[in-house]
Design a protein around this ligand. Sequence first.
Ligand SMILES: Cc1ncc(COP(=O)(O)O)c(C=O)c1O
Length: 349
Amino acid sequence: MAHEPIGTLDFHNLGFSYTKTKWNYLSRWRDGKWDDGILRNEDTLTIACTSTCLHYGQEAFEGMKAYRRKDGKIQLFRPDENAKRLQRSCERLLMPPISVERFLQAVTAVVRANAEFVPPHDSGASLYIRPYVLGVGDNMGVRPAKEYLFGVVCTPVGAYFKGGLSPVNFIVTDLDRAAPNGTGQVKVGGNYGASLYPHEAAKEKGFADCIYLDPTTHTKIDEAGSANFFAITRTGKLVTPKSSSILPSITQMSIMEIARRNLGMETAEQDIFIDRLDDYAEAGACGTAAAISPIGGIEYHGKMHVFHSLTEVGPVTKRLYELLTGIQYGDVPAPEGWIFPVDESNSLK
Ligand SMILES: Cc1ncc(COP(=O)(O)O)c(C=O)c1O
């Protein structure tokens, strides 16, 4: 597949689909070690039909973004946290972990090599980066693979909210995406396979996505299919669900910190009961894709609970969104260690 000529890309009107960029990274683990890895143009893989990633879900991935600052420079947001989460995912699936250093080298090499695809500052768009680890090679039984691939591919994606931050609605599903002591805390393919059906069912009914309840009691909010949940109590505290089956979100961790540092708010991880939504003045979903999506309402057992408003974003959610995206795009000072600059000279290619 040829990459899109840059001149034909309208960075202001991109969605979240894949546009081929020029370079992606690939490294192979064989005989107990990772090779040096290369940058390559080809964006397809040839792997054995019996690869464990295809049959047994021995696959993990990450999702992160590169942002263009006002001064034209490019930066990553807390990429070391993505690296550490990928390590935890690999460990859970018995895959060889990638060191934080190697992860950062591969990601920055891919971003530098595709710098022309990092959208301009004022577009609200960004370069989405997808690191992944796959179990590959001949293998028929249910056992870990003998070989692995670590790849990094990227694509420009559009601003999630074009023309203003507007609330979206969610519906509670009866289905679970992860078991109580299963793989919900790591970012592995199987969790997402399980989320496709409830996600599509929610979309068909006109909702942005579904909300999963805790898989043990089905009484507390867990998260959405690809975002964490947060709420602002009527006393002004930022709360997020405490659960062993949700993915620890880097965005969520960051807005908790921003709420404490920049807004002087109290924060807590606690149970959020689905029949106590009246306790909350505002609610939202947070994750790399949209940063923050204000939640207008949640439908549960046929009844719609409206938080702040179905049409207007609440004041705290708006402020958190402005601060978070301001930090990501380099307009607001970041706490120490959150920003990782990518300079455009490239050593790997
Ligand atoms: C299931 C799930 N929860 C939460 C998140 C948000 O995590 P992050 O903020 O690290 O993107 C994601 C996206 O990665 C996700 O897939």
